[in-house]
Design a binder for this molecule. Structure first.
Ligand SMILES: [Fe+2]
Ligand SMILES: [Fe+2]
Length: 162
């Protein structure tokens, strides 16, 4: 798979998790918790593989980079808000919807503006980069360090409830 295809497939996972989360009700607390935790894990992994491997490889990426990083930070803030909330909070769905909009906007922007720029790398390099992204994604998914980091982050966000 080419680098942009790997990332688009992961965008689909992220958007799918948020869509499923929006569709849950207050009565499905366990499902909400599960989807929210899965989303946190996937978005952390996604931002990390983009920052480490993809963004640095894209030619002429610098004009788009500041925006991409600002959007990652905005997503981080909104994720923090959603993580701090009780899943039975009546405002939960509204917050998830706002997060979904930001994620949709950011991923579409990447797909429409940044990913086409990566095509200048040529087929071979895109395939190679795609393999690197997939390998790192698998590694982070399996990694005890990543799991620990996410557990800590989740615990910290819940302790610092406003
Ligand atoms: Fe991104
Ligand atoms: Fe992305």
């Amino acid at each position: 798979m080419k680098a942009d295809e790997v990332l688009i497939a992961h965008h689909d996972v992220l958007r799918g998790l948020l869509r499923d989360l929006v569709e849950t009700t207050e009565a499905q607390a366990d499902r909400r918790e599960e989807l929210r935790d899965r989303f946190l894990r996937e978005i952390e992994i996604h931002a990390q593989i983009e920052d480490e491997l993809f963004y640095p490889a894209v030619p002429d990426v610098s004009p788009l980079l500041a925006l991409a990083h600002a959007e990652h930070r905005q997503i981080d803030d909104q994720v923090a808000t959603v993580m701090r909330m009780d899943v039975t909070d009546p405002e939960f769905r509204t917050e998830v919807r706002m997060l979904e909009q930001t994620v949709r906007h950011h991923t579409m922007e990447e797909e429409q503006r940044m990913f086409p720029q990566s095509h200048a790398l040529g087929e071979e390099r895109l395939d190679e980069l795609g393999e690197q992204l997939r390998a790192r994604q698998r590694e982070l998914t399996a990694s005890g360090g990543m799991r620990l980091m996410i557990r800590l982050k989740r615990a910290t966000l819940r302790l610092t409830k406003a």
